[in-house]
Design a protein around this ligand. Structure first.
Ligand code: FAD
Length: 401
């Protein structure tokens, strides 16, 4: 049982602040520690479908999110001359509501900053579990004790490494890399996007809410790539080399990449764990079940946060039961997301010219009326894989046994 209602959350991305919101509302005292010196309010567009919208509504931010919607239109697959090959309706990539990840991160932070202690520029360095709490040391701050610790610190979670072991034991690389950044909208896109492919490489450019800027996503096959996660210049070189000779207007985009100060670079990888908790420590979001693009990662992280907080409040201090019930409910959705995102690399950047043509045929089929219905059912199935149940309100001070 747990009588200490303090919770440390590592990571102020999407999952961390979402959980902080629900825990604070349910009487917990929450600290969020974020490695970055300030909120990382960048990243590409993220979308919501089906019951995922229900969580936004329950958090009271659906209208705020709608007000910041990208209102993205169609995306067009083009050839090397820029000629359209297939047009994909907006719902294909943009769901029912789409928002820039950075705007969402900012909304969640603003929602919680008055009720939650945020510590930026620090990281957990050790976790020692005692009978009635977890002793935590930090890179910069003084050691502290918390009742519970949550790793919401993304694919490279430090909490997961400390409590569950090496990342290499849990990460499955899909043989592809993704680089995302923003730059001037030199293609003149207006609530629209283009997709260009050469074998093993995919270029996605779009511009929506702020049409002076464009978001660029570069996906490329990179099996076994070793790189330094903290060396931006090296990452830029890797991308420039991967896209050398790719044709179309790729050289202009690589020139923009040189100037970018918001590069997001990572392998397309998944995280697979047999269990998401160890004692008083639990994982949430990408730290627990990272799926990769197309895996409903953002919506599911927010649903998971709602359920984890709800179960902790309901269990009145019996965190083991709460963790088990949370995992039981969320795991089927995580599994569906991972299944769905498994082929993301070869789908976004097919490895051969024949595979590009085949992928374009699939796009054409999905953009037909018949295909759109099929796609809508598939996407809804994944988005609705975790039902959002009601938890009792008003909520008693949780954690009191
Ligand atoms: C800057 C950024 C850009 C992104 N862009 C895209 C994108 O374009 N497309 C896409 O599909 N997904 C993107 N993602 C991933 C996407 O946000 C997640 O898949 C999803 O929203 C689940 O969110 P999460 O909170 O679990 O993980 P994340 O959003 O990755 O958040 C994890 C947070 O933990 C922090 N953190 C990491 N290590 C530590 C540590 N040791 N101590 C404390 N804090 C730590 C990170 O800085 C980050 O703020 C991006 C993530 C980030 C951080």
């Amino acid at each position: 049982m747990n009588t200490d209602t303090t919770v440390l959350i590592s990571g102020a991305g999407i999952a961390g602040p979402s959980l902080a919101y629900w825990l604070a509302r349910r009487g917990f005292t929450v600290t969020v520690v974020e490695q970055a010196p300030r909120l990382r309010d960048s990243g590409g567009a993220v979308d919501f479908r089906g019951v995922q919208l229900d969580v936004l509504r329950r958090m009271g931010i659906l209208e705020t999110v709608r007000a910041a919607e990208t209102a993205m239109g169609a995306e067009v697959v083009i050839d090397a001359e820029g000629r359209p090959l297939v047009e994909l309706p907006s719902e294909f990539f943009s769901g029912e509501v789409e928002i820039e990840r950075g705007d969402l991160a900012r909304i969640l932070y603003d929602l919680t900053r008055d009720d939650v202690e945020y510590v930026f520029g620090d990281t957990v360095t050790s976790l020692t579990e005692a009978a009635d709490g977890v002793d935590v040391t930090f890179g910069r701050g003084a050691p502290r004790r918390f009742g519970l610790v949550v790793g919401a610190d993304g694919m490279h979670s430090v909490v997961r490494r400390l409590a569950f072991g090496d990342e290499a034991d849990h990460r499955r690389d899909m043989g592809y890399c993704y680089a995302g950044f923003t730059g001037p909208n030199h293609l003149g896109l207006d609530h629209s996007g283009v997709i260009y492919n050469v074998p093993g490489r995919g270029v996605l450019v779009s511009s929506s809410r702020d049409t002076s800027r464009a978001g660029v996503g570069l996906v490329f096959a990179a099996p076994g790539l070793e790189y330094d996660r903290h060396d931006r210049e090296q990452q830029k070189r890797i991308v420039a080399e991967a896209f050398a000779g790719a044709g179309w207007r790729t050289p202009e985009l690589i020139a923009l990449l040189e100037q970018a100060d918001d590069l997001y670079f990572d392998t397309l990888s998944q995280i697979h764990l047999d269990s998401w908790s160890r004692g008083r420590t639990v994982l949430l979001g990408d730290a627990a079940w990272c799926a990769g693009p197309g895996g409903s990662g953002t919506g599911l992280a927010m649903i998971g946060a709602y359920i984890l907080a709800g179960e902790l409040a309901l269990a009145s201090g019996d965190f083991r039961t709460a963790f088990a019930r949370y995992e039981e409910q969320v795991r089927p959705g995580a599994r569906t997301g991972q299944k769905q995102a498994k082929g993301a690399g070869p789908f976004l950047a097919p490895p051969t010219a024949a595979r590009i043509r085949r992928r374009n045929r699939v796009y054409r089929m999905l953009s037909s009326r018949l295909g759109a219905g099929l796609f809508r059912r598939m996407a809804a199935g994944a988005a609705n894989a975790v039902p959002v149940k009601d938890y009792p309100e008003p909520v008693a001070l949780a954690g009191r046994s």
